[in-house]
Design a protein around this ligand. Structure first.
Ligand SMILES: Cc1ncc(COP(=O)(O)O)c(C=O)c1O
Length: 388
């Protein structure tokens, strides 16, 4: 740190210069992110509540009220009549709290959790941290977890099973109804990771997309991760964890000796009230109809992209369920690198040897059209052929 401080003007001017190195969602070049540009109301609300800390909620009663209202709206969307929950740092922390509750509810000395092959990598971190053995369940031909594989993984040490509603790689929705039956029959905890899908799937029912139930309507579902900082278009950090009822909270609480509240239930201590206010502002500004329009926009662009890809030489890994498109060619890794060199930021997924695009709300028709045009040129000049 330098001895003397610099003027506000100098500091801001340098920050703006450095910020130029960051990509901007608005340019339509970020095709691999599950976050997006925050809604304008979110940006203002975040600024308003910048100093709010929900780690000490007695000092920030207004922010606490906003959190309760946001959780109430998420619970209503996911049919959790008695649900309780928190806005946390992200999907990773939300998944962590769910597995912490699941583990602490039992007294199995060598706990195991059944995790689909397609589950988010956060579960590997969590199992490592909580010393739970992950047992991998295999997928069916649609990249959804195979319930018969889940059954084969069960044993006396199994404490929980994970299902994903909107996998990070393909947007696939596991058969949560079948997982719920298994969980109820064997008395184990079912956690649904809908970090991405939770704020798009509920709006698809109105857009003629045939999506299965994945939420608290299914009796076996004990908790759901649903992240406002992904399809909720709010500011980071805003992950969401909902529990079926308050009984789960007993298993994750920590006494907070010198704070205004007696207990904390989240893993992080100091917690942003700003992103909670921002989430509240998005929910109020958009309402159900606004979210449904956003979902429709993303699904329409997904269709434009996938049909465009199929009319070139590319093969879809699977027909998209949500707004994620994965495709292959003879050298998908090289294609992803070439696209990046041309300024299109796509992902390469080694496990599936494919290129992946997440069609987030910041993308517009013109971005997809320009991308497809560039891609067809690459296909012509780089001798890209369909994968076998
Ligand atoms: C399905 C799913 N679960 C969990 C996570 C982890 O969320 P975060 O990065 O907010 O911790 C992600 C992130 O993309 C995800 O897609």
């Amino acid at each position: 740190m330098q001895t003397k401080g610099r003027s506000k003007k100098a500091v801001l001017s340098e920050l703006r210069k450095i910020q130029e190195q960051d990509l901007k969602y608005e340019n339509g070049r970020i095709l691999c992110s599950m976050c997006t540009t925050p809604h304008p109301a979110a940006k203002i609300a975040h600024q308003l509540f910048l100093s709010s800390n929900l780690g000490d909620p007695g000092l920030f009663r207004g922010s606490l009220r906003l959190e309760k209202e946001v959780i109430g709206k998420l619970a209503a969307l996911l049919n959790g009549k008695n649900s309780v929950g928190f806005i946390v740092s992200g999907g990773t922390e939300a998944n962590l709290l769910a597995l912490l509750a699941a583990r602490n509810m039992t007294n199995v000395s060598n706990p195991e959790v059944i995790i689909p092959e397609s589950a988010h990598f956060s579960f590997n971190k969590i199992c490592n941290l909580l010393r739970i053995k992950p047992v991998q369940a295999s997928l069916d031909s649609s990249y959804r977890v195979d319930p018969s594989s889940v059954k084969r993984c069960l044993n006396k040490n199994t404490i929980a099973v994970i299902g994903t509603a909107g996998t990070a790689e393909l947007g696939a929705i596991d058969p949560i109804d079948k997982l719920s039956e298994i969980a109820l029959e064997h008395g184990i905890y079912l956690h649904v990771d809908a970090a991405f899908g939770g704020l798009i799937i509920p709006f698809l029912e109105d857009i003629n997309n045939d999506v299965a139930e994945f939420d608290f309507r299914l009796e076996g579902v004990k908790s759901i991760t649903v992240d406002p900082h992904k399809m909720g278009m709010t500011t980071i950090p805003a992950g969401g964890i909902l529990f079926r009822d308050s009984a789960c909270l007993e298993h994750i609480k920590t006494q907070t000796p010198y704070l205004t509240d007696e207990f904390q239930y989240t893993f992080v201590g100091t917690r942003s009230g700003a992103s909670v206010a921002a989430t509240w502002a998005v929910f109020e500004s958009l309402g159900y109809e606004g979210f449904r329009n956003t979902a429709r926009h993303c699904i329409d662009l997904t269709k434009l992209l996938s049909s465009g890809l199929e009319s070139l030489v590319f093969k879809l890994v699977t027909q998209p369920t949500l707004n994620i498109v994965a495709f292959r060619c003879s050298n998908s890794k090289l294609l992803a690198e070439t696209l990046r060199q041309r300024g299109w930021f796509v992902s390469y997924v080694p496990r599936l040897d494919c290129v992946r695009i997440v069609v987030m709300p910041h993308l517009k028709n013109r971005h997809i059209t320009a991308f497809l045009k560039d891609l067809s040129e690459i296909a012509a000049t780089h001798a890209v052929t369909a994968s076998s």
